[in-house]
Design a protein. Structure first.
Length: 320
């Protein structure tokens, strides 16, 4: 394994050589600027966040699939009881027919006086119809269960494969991001972007929204974590979910699902505690008043307190 400094030096040399090759310039003018590296990092960050939110949605789907499987397995018990009852009845009929011989039922119907014949035929028809209904009901229930269970198993297998693929994509983007961070640090030192730190007082907001906002303020500075919802690290939807969980409200761990779970409002109606959505619901933040949000921004950055206009919002949501 190469020494970290050797790796950093090689990364910077490689990036510089690439710039020379594509621009025809000299080495003195080929080094990427801080803004160019920031653009690369921002682009990779957005890709990583998209993968992370897709990963979160897939986990929600898998959880629902498993819950549905449990319910279906529980629903099989009545069908098993019906099978036992139907089987017992069929066995009784079969045994009776065997002991009486193949013409037994005919003998039963034609024996005795003519006045009771219609009554006996009706009675036998009722027995046959009753047993057939039991068997048909069981067959339908069992087949429906089997079909649904098969479909669920196929879905779960597919989703598990998708989660594995998403995880591999996430690992690749993380590696790419780390290379960019290494290049930036090697080329420009330890200077970093705005940390979005907050040193003022936490606003006093009444009600459940106040609890959510207070929670969010107390998470500023904690690291971003892929698929995390605290307490030590968060991704964007994990932070908003945890903030509102502290206020006694449940939200799904996915930005797009949170958009669906909230009521639409306009920007002019924004109040602290409302959610702000970006990049076609690929990113979510919590509004805390005065044109500010708190969010977990990805790309190795900590939870931030910053302007609502980090990019153009595509929607706003209020917790129902």
């Amino acid at each position: 394994m190469p020494h970290p400094r050797t790796r950093l030096r090689a990364l910077v040399v490689a990036l510089t050589a690439f710039a020379i090759t594509t621009s025809g310039g000299t080495a003195a003018h080929a080094a990427p600027s801080a803004s160019e590296l920031k653009k690369k990092i921002d682009a990779a960050s957005e890709k990583l966040e998209d993968v992370t939110e897709s990963y979160n949605k897939m986990r929600l789907d898998l959880k629902k699939t498993k819950a549905d499987t449990v319910k279906l397995e529980a629903s099989l018990k009545p069908a098993q009881t019906a099978l036992a009852e139907a089987t017992e009845k069929v066995q009784t009929i079969a045994a009776t027919t065997y002991m009486q011989g193949r013409v037994g039922p005919v003998n039963v119907m034609v024996s005795g006086d003519q006045g009771s014949l219609l009554e006996r035929m009706t009675f036998l028809e009722q027995i046959t119809r009753s047993n057939q209904q039991d068997i048909d009901a069981f067959t339908e229930t069992t087949q429906t269960f089997a079909d649904r269970k098969t479909a669920l198993a196929q879905t779960q297998t597919k989703q598990t494969a998708q989660v594995k693929e998403l995880s591999a994509r996430k690992d690749k983007i993380e590696d790419d991001l780390q290379d960019l961070f290494d290049m930036r640090e090697a080329a420009f030192g330890s200077a970093t972007e705005d940390t979005g730190s907050y040193t003022g007082e936490i606003p006093d907001i009444p009600g459940s929204a106040g609890k959510a906002v207070t929670f969010a303020f107390n998470q500023i500075g904690k690291p971003y974590g892929y698929g995390d919802s605290g307490p030590g690290s968060y991704d964007c939807s994990g932070l908003t979910m945890a903030a509102w969980a502290a206020a006694g409200k449940s939200l799904p761990h996915n930005a797009a699902a949170q958009y669906s779970a909230t009521a639409r409002i306009s920007r002019s109606d924004l109040e602290p505690g409302d959610l702000v959505f970006y990049r076609s619901n690929g990113h979510v933040a919590i509004y805390v008043g005065d044109g500010k949000i708190i969010d977990a921004p990805s790309a190795g950055r900590d939870v931030l307190y910053r302007t609502i206009d980090i990019m153009t919002p595509n929607g706003y949501g209020r917790i129902k």
